[in-house]
Design a protein around this ligand. Sequence first.
Ligand code: ZN
Ligand code: ZN
Length: 232
Amino acid sequence: MFYDLHIHSGLSPCANDDMSPNNIAGMAMLKGLQLIAVTDHNSLKQQRVMAAAAKQYGLSYVYGVEVQTLEEVHVLAYFKQLNDAEQFQSWLAQRLLPIKNDVQYFGHQYLFDLEDQVIGNEEVLLLQSVMADIDETMMAIHEHHGLAVLAHVLDRSNSITTQLGFIPETLQFDGIEIKHPTDYQRVMAMHPWISSQVFWLCDSDAHQLVDISEAEHAVDLEVLEAVWRKYL
Ligand SMILES: [Zn+2]
Ligand SMILES: [Zn+2]
């Protein structure tokens, strides 16, 4: 299945305001994708509508979020069941500081309905670290039957390699996200202990519609399902 499992909607302040559910799902379909996940910063409040929009366009959908840990490391979390995603949303909301979003500075945090109408604004700033370190975050993701993926591991900001310098061997992650397939060798050269059980993703991290991936990276849903089963 051609996928893009790291897309930001207009709920993320840094994403374009036209990143609405139908625009995202429509663009993904035009690009030939079959499986998508929207992963907003520290919030799953757009997930229910986003999944419904994806379904309308004939796409498979995985519930997702991009968590920023206390170390400012970005970790992607994926859930199969809406109930788990919503429970994890409660976990997250309890760990965000009540800092108000400055719209002028960070941008809007729009919530859309299934007609792409803006029906709300998230008031709490989503571009902040949750009050949980990376180990606690991984544990919480797994307790909610989710998969934990280290986001954009070789990026220059908010990746595990910029924040910690390396991937600790004790970290309980399920997947690693890289920008290009060739980055696999670089990561493995630094961390030869990484198990073959870990899955690798190449996503767009799109903040605007044009950046959503073309149909070039494929994943076998069975592989993800097999990992998921570990946490059920
Ligand atoms: Zn990120
Ligand atoms: Zn992102």
